[in-house]
Design a protein around this ligand. Structure first.
Ligand code: NDP
Ligand code: 8X3
Length: 251
């Protein structure tokens, strides 16, 4: 039986790799994002197996209209991958830009809950489905400048667990993928607002986790038998590990 997946943030990074991996595995895929020309490229490659749905996820009305506009044969979504998201800036909380904070909350929190709320009722009606959210290690561990970005990802983790609580007794699964340092995406170019040299430095001389690694994990999560729910999966490059907690001493 062919499965239908909806992947948010399909125009770059993880989302694009997840779309390709699901399409190659035989899924029909709805891909979203604001850059419609990139969605059109995927449609050119995969033809009727890919449905482009361009909208700004932080615009609730646009999200509602987009989801409503899906043709009937695309509405029974079996797998929702809530991947679209961003970090903006790395300044400490007293210096960070409030507009950046709002944009992260509007996208990573409000956008994600909007799409979830729009897709979930048909999953419940069919008693079938899987929601895979893209959290982050930033939602598990604090780091300087992680302030609101980490806060949004902690929200995604707890929202995922609370969805599980609400979906008790159904066959619907919810998983939160929590990656660490991953290269090959636009994440740091966006975070550093187009300072591509600074973005490149983040990944210099490190064997980072790739978008394909994340896509493989997403496919594997969904391929588990229906009675198996992976609640959370944290993934880091082997090269990334922990520091002692910081203690500031009096002089
Ligand atoms: P990219 O910047 O490469 O891709 C982000 C995607 O999100 C793009 O397709 C973009 O599409 C979409 N997006 C962003 N804002 C909006 C919006 N307002 N409306 C619609 N779509 C939007 O990032 P990654 O692939 O690296 O990140 C994907 C997810 O994984 C994010 O949630 C990120 O927080 C998370 N993550 C990333 C890690 C990393 O190190 N890369 C590690 C841990 C988690 P468009 O611009 O076309 O709208
Ligand atoms: C992205 C990973 O450590 O840059 O979510 O916040 S990190």
């Amino acid at each position: 039986m062919t499965r239908i997946a909806l992947v948010t943030g399909a125009t770059a990074g993880f989302g694009r790799a997840i779309c390709r991996t699901l399409l190659d595995a035989g899924y029909f895929v709805i891909g979203t994002g604001r850059r419609s020309e990139r969605l059109a490229q995927l449609q050119q490659e995969y033809g009727k197996h890919f449905f482009p749905l361009a909208f700004d996820i932080s615009d609730r009305l646009a999200a509602e209209q987009a989801l409503k506009s899906l043709p009937p044969e695309w509405q029974a979504i079996d797998l929702l991958v809530n991947n679209a998201g961003l970090a903006l800036g790395l300044e400490s909380a007293d210096k960070a830009d409030l507009g950046d904070w709002e944009k992260m909350i509007d996208t990573n929190v409000k956008g994600l809950v909007t799409v979830t709320r729009l897709v979930l009722p048909q999953m419940v009606a069919r008693n079938q489905g899987h929601i895979i959210n893209l959290g982050s290690i930033a939602g598990n561990y604090a780091y300087p400048g992680g302030n609101v970005y980490g806060g949004t990802k902690a929200f995604v983790k707890q929202f995922s667990l609370n969805l599980r609580a609400d979906l008790a007794g159904t066959h619907i699964r919810v998983s939160n993928v929590e990656p660490g340092l991953c290269g090959g995406t636009e994440f740091s170019n966006v975070r550093f607002k187009g300072d591509d040299a600074r973005a490149a430095q983040v990944y210099e001389n490190v064997q980072y986790v790739t978008p394909q690694d994340i896509a493989n994990i997403v496919l594997w999560l969904n391929q588990q038998p229906e009675h198996v729910n992976i609640n959370r999966i944290e993934v880091m490059p082997t090269a990334q590990t922990f520091n002692p907690l910081k203690v500031s001493k009096n002089d």
